[in-house]
Each structure stands twice: as structure tokens, then as C-alpha cells.
Design a protein around this ligand. Structure first.
Ligand code: SAM
Length: 261
């Protein structure tokens, strides 16, 4: 971590590779920025937040795609440079650069979060991301949220998707996640049966207990608020809304379940 005096010693004009509070300033190649936004399937009108926004390139590219984009960056010179670049690109009205510590910033309200930070920061942010609104998309340059060897939760949160650019423009991997709904626990089915779910991020295991049978769930996973699994050869799918879920199943009637306190 950089001390206050080290911040004061930062060059007035940013220099690529310069130290930052928790990570240095190193840019994401434009090709990878484009890939990251494609992976998040960004839509005009959505809100994007780039954590540690450097020279503002992710924010500016998102604004050029019609999003309202916010960059959080501690380096004063980088914030000034980002605002100038946004004005030159004609997207000043759809961009905002906030000079603050990303760990002090409230991420709520973002539809898409992007970052290119060091592995230990990524792991520090993991519980914060997991608590965001289900369906929020997160995309990173290079570092994922599986954890490190020393981390007891190693292999924590696998990406939903990873893309590696070839040829590599310098940094070439991007990882994407969708924040899953929280479904851990026992759910009461409308037919009197029960669905018991155990959750590790987007991965779901458990048991369906219905009509005197106990069926182990297979291929259980969450894509935001959409839960899907297979039981006794039947594929089930449900939309989770807080403590209720409404579902469909192959060759079967629609179903409903409520979370047991
Ligand atoms: C690797 S650069 C990524 C820049 C940009 N997001 C990109 O992809 O091109 C990381 C940035 O995070 C900034 N940074 C480091 N620690 C920070 C903190 N605690 N709060 C806000 N910004 C921080 C650095 O100044 C640097 O610009």
C-alpha cells in the first residue's frame, strides 16, 4: 500500500506503470476492453462501474456504447486525464470519474462492474460482489476469484466464462461472472414436497423430496436469478425472487416453492 507522501510524489502527468494505492496503473489493451464489454453483454442505458479506472478507457468505451459509466480512481492525475479523454471522445455527459478509494465506494446500482486489480484485492472484493443484486455482471482482466494457494477458500468462485485472446495483445484473459441469487436452504414445494439446496456461488447441489422419493439433483447452477437443475432425468428451471421461486419442468406442470425460514 502506498503512503500519503508517496501519493504526493506521484508525477503530475501520469506515467504508465506508476504505483497506485493497492495496484499500479497498467492499461487494459483496447481489444480486451471490447471483449470484456461483449462478455458482459452491455446494453445502452445500463450503469457500468470500473474499479481503479486508470486513464478511463473502460468507462469511455462503455459510454460510447450508450451506457452511463463511472470510474473510481485514486490517482488525481489519472482522474484529470480521464475527464479530458472523455470530453475528447464526446462522452463527458455519460461518464463520471470519482477520485476516491474503491474500498470506500458503494457498488450498489451498477449493472456491470469491471476491474483489473491484483489477485489479493480480487479476493478481498469477492464477498462484496457476492452480496450485490443478483444478475449484476462482473468482468475482470486477468485475475479471477478462485482464490490463492494460501486462501482456505481456494477455488472459491469459478468464472462463468473465460476468453483468452490469441494473438495476445499484452494482457489477454478476461473472466465473467453473474452474481447469483441466494438459494441455500430448504424450500417448501406447493405439492407438499421439499427442495433442499446447498450453494457455492453459482454451483448448486441438493435433493428433491417429493411423492415419497428422494432424488439427488444434478447439473444444478444459477445464472443470476435463474436456477436450473436435473432430477430423475427431468430438467427443472425456476426464476428466484427473494424467498419465492416459480418454475417449469420438462414434461411436467409449472411449480412453485417458498423458502423455509
Ligand atoms: C491495473 S490499473 C487498471 C486501469 C483500468 N481499469 C484499465 O483496465 O485500463 C489499476 C488502477 O487502479 C488504481 N487504484 C489502485 N488502488 C486503488 C484504490 N484503492 N482505489 C481506487 N483506485 C485504485 C490505480 O491507480 C490504477 O489506475
Amino acid at each position: 500500500m502506498m503512503s500519503g507522501s508517496a501519493w504526493a510524489a506521484q508525477p503530475p502527468t501520469p506515467v504508465h506503470g506508476q504505483e497506485g494505492q493497492d495496484a499500479p496503473w497498467v492499461v487494459t489493451p483496447q481489444e480486451l476492453v471490447d471483449t470484456m464489454l461483449d462478455m458482459a453483454a452491455v446494453q445502452p442505458g445500463e450503469r457500468l462501474l470500473d474499479l481503479g479506472s486508470g486513464d478511463g478507457r473502460v468507462v469511455i468505451t462503455a459510454a460510447q456504447r450508450g451506457l452511463h459509466a463511472v470510474g473510481v480512481e485514486l490517482g488525481a492525475g489519472l482522474v484529470t486525464m480521464s475527464r479530458e479523454r472523455a470530453a475528447e471522445a464526446g462522452v463527458a455527459d455519460r461518464t463520471e470519474f470519482v477520485q476516491t478509494d474503491l474500498f470506500e465506494y458503494d457498488f450498489a446500482g451498477a449493472d456491470v462492474i469491471t476491474f483489473f486489480l491484483l489477485p489479493e484485492l480480487t479476493i478481498r472484493l469477492r464477498p462484496v460482489f457476492f452480496d450485490l443484486r443478483p444478475g449484476t455482471r462482473i468482468v475482470s482482466n486477468t485475475w479471477d476469484m478462485r482464490g490463492t494457494e494460501e486462501d482456505p477458500e481456494a477455488r472459491g468462485w469459478d468464472p462463468d466464462e473465460t476468453i483468452v485472446l490469441d494473438p495476445c495483445p499484452g494482457f489477454c484473459s478476461a473472466h465473467a461472472w453473474t452474481v447469483p441469487a441466494k438459494v441455500e436452504g430448504v424450500w417448501r414445494l406447493a405439492d407438499g414436497g421439499e427442495l433442499e439446496l446447498r450453494q457455492r456461488y453459482q454451483m448448486v447441489e441438493g435433493e428433491l423430496r417429493t411423492a415419497g422419493r428422494r432424488i439427488t439433483l444434478q447439473e444444478g447452477r444459477l445464472d443470476g436469478t435463474v436456477l436450473s437443475f436435473r432430477a430423475a432425468g427431468i430438467r427443472y428451471r425456476a426464476e428466484v425472487d427473494g424467498s419465492a421461486m416459480t418454475g417449469t419442468a420438462d414434461q411436467a406442470a409449472a411449480w412453485r416453492a417458498t423458502h423455509q425460514p
